[in-house]
Ligand binder design. Structure first.
Ligand code: ZN
Length: 134
């Protein structure tokens, strides 16, 4: 359920469908309102707020808007980029590689046991089915 940040009016489902961006009661635009609030807070915190409340707030608002635009751009970028990685080259010291390969060989032992058990299990299920059908 969406609530207006300004007058805390709770929007009905229909109102949200008709106009999801603004409040039907007080008419504010949620995004603008929230941006303004964030900007005011930022301006109050920052030193530049000293130069004049309104000017500081306006600068803060511009900053907030630029930041949001950048975030949206980044999001669009990350969506359009493929997620695969291609390794062009990697350099491993010899003994590190040896250690890795020894580890790898030892890791194949439990892996082989697991695969063997799976195969035997599957084979026994098939043979039981075969006996039943016979
Ligand atoms: Zn409202």
């Amino acid at each position: 359920m969406q609530q207006c940040p300004s007058c805390s009016y709770e929007l009905t489902m229909q109102e949200q469908v008709d106009n999801p961006d603004s409040c039907p009661k007080c008419g504010i635009y949620f995004e603008k309102f929230l941006a303004k609030q964030a900007a005011l807070k930022e301006a109050a915190l920052s030193e530049s707020g000293r130069t004049g409340g309104l000017a500081g707030a306006k600068a803060g608002m511009r900053q907030a808007r630029a930041k949001r635009a950048e975030q949206e751009r980044e999001l669009a970028d990350s969506r359009s980029k493929p997620t695969h990685v291609s390794v062009v080259n990697f350099d491993v010291p010899f003994w590190d590689l040896v250690r890795f390969l020894v580890k790898f060989v030892f890791a194949t032992i439990p892996a082989a046991i697991i695969v063997t058990l799976l195969v035997y299990g599957f084979a026994s299920i098939v043979s039981v089915i075969g006996m039943i059908l016979r």
